[in-house]
Design a protein around this ligand. Structure first.
Ligand code: ADP
Ligand code: ADP
Length: 224
């Protein structure tokens, strides 16, 4: 059973049609790269998959559940626990130490503080910024922010990980390290990973590449 499924998803901003009917399925542990020219709809696709945007038509299912038919409270809970999202611009809470930023999804989900901090520390270590646990976001570089955002996306053990240009502001070595953490999270923990990228190295590390053009899938390549 696919953990993430989009069926005929359409989305328009007021005047711009961004998605014209996109369908895709991700199995557990599968890594899919979404590529295509700027403006082809990559970010919109990711936001629809994340439940941040509600499609005008079509269906998005996470673990078989149609996001649109769930009551808001359940939808929020599903997003919090089953979907890890790494957006381009970190979205960390200012003034909150990294350890708490990363622990936040667990705390919001009712986990006990000590337990949440143990998990947060594990993921800070995995992404290579354990030494910055007590720093606040304003003290971090772009690369450190991106690592922290990744740690926060993975801390709940999500079944679906969505990443927008996960290695975007990193040099190639740091980017490769972060990509390895993402791929490991997917492959060894059985999470499906959907990542938007314009980096060929990143795209070629996926099992499958989906190329968008003008809001439609132009072609799909298996890279296995
Ligand atoms: P990509 O991520 O591939 O660059 P986007 O999903 O950001 O593409 O954008 C797809 C299309 O939707 C583009 O034409 C873009 O200009 C338009 N678009 C994106 N965001 C907005 C917005 N907030 N308001 C209006 N149009 C938007
Ligand atoms: P990306 O490369 O991630 O798609 P963009 O530069 O396309 O980034 O978009 C950056 C931000 O601007 C996004 O929040 C997107 O929704 C918004 N945006 C993109 N195109 C438009 C547009 N035509 N009108 C209004 N907002 C837009």
């Amino acid at each position: 059973q696919p953990v993430l499924e989009l069926e005929g998803v359409e989305y328009s901003y007021r005047r711009n049609t961004a998605l014209r009917g996109v369908s895709l399925k991700l199995k557990p542990g599968e890594v899919v790269a979404v590529t295509g020219a700027s403006g082809c709809g990559k970010s919109t696709l990711l936001h629809c998959a994340a439940g941040i945007l509600t499609p005008d038509a079509g269906v998005v299912r996470v673990d078989g559940q149609d996001l649109a038919t769930l009551p808001e409270e359940q939808r929020a809970a599903l997003r919090r626990t089953k979907v890890g999202i790494v957006l381009q611009f970190g979205q960390l809470v200012p003034d909150l130490p990294l350890i708490d930023n990363v622990a936040l999804p667990l705390l919001l989900d009712g986990h006990e503080r000590g337990e949440a901090h143990v998990a947060a520390r594990h993921w800070l270590d995995q992404v290579g910024i354990a030494d910055d646990a007590d720093a606040v976001p304003s003290e971090l570089s772009g690369g450190q922010t991106q690592r922290a955002a990744l740690a926060r996306a993975l801390v709940t053990g999500p079944s679906v990980v969505l990443a927008d240009e996960p290695t975007g502001s990193l040099d190639s070595r740091a980017g490769q390290e972060l990509l390895d953490v993402l791929l490991q999270a997917a492959r060894y923990r059985g999470a499906a990973l959907l990542m938007v990228t314009h980096d060929n190295v990143v795209a070629s590390s996926a099992d499958r590449e989906i190329r968008l053009r003008d809001g439609l899938i132009q072609h799909e390549v298996s890279l296995g």
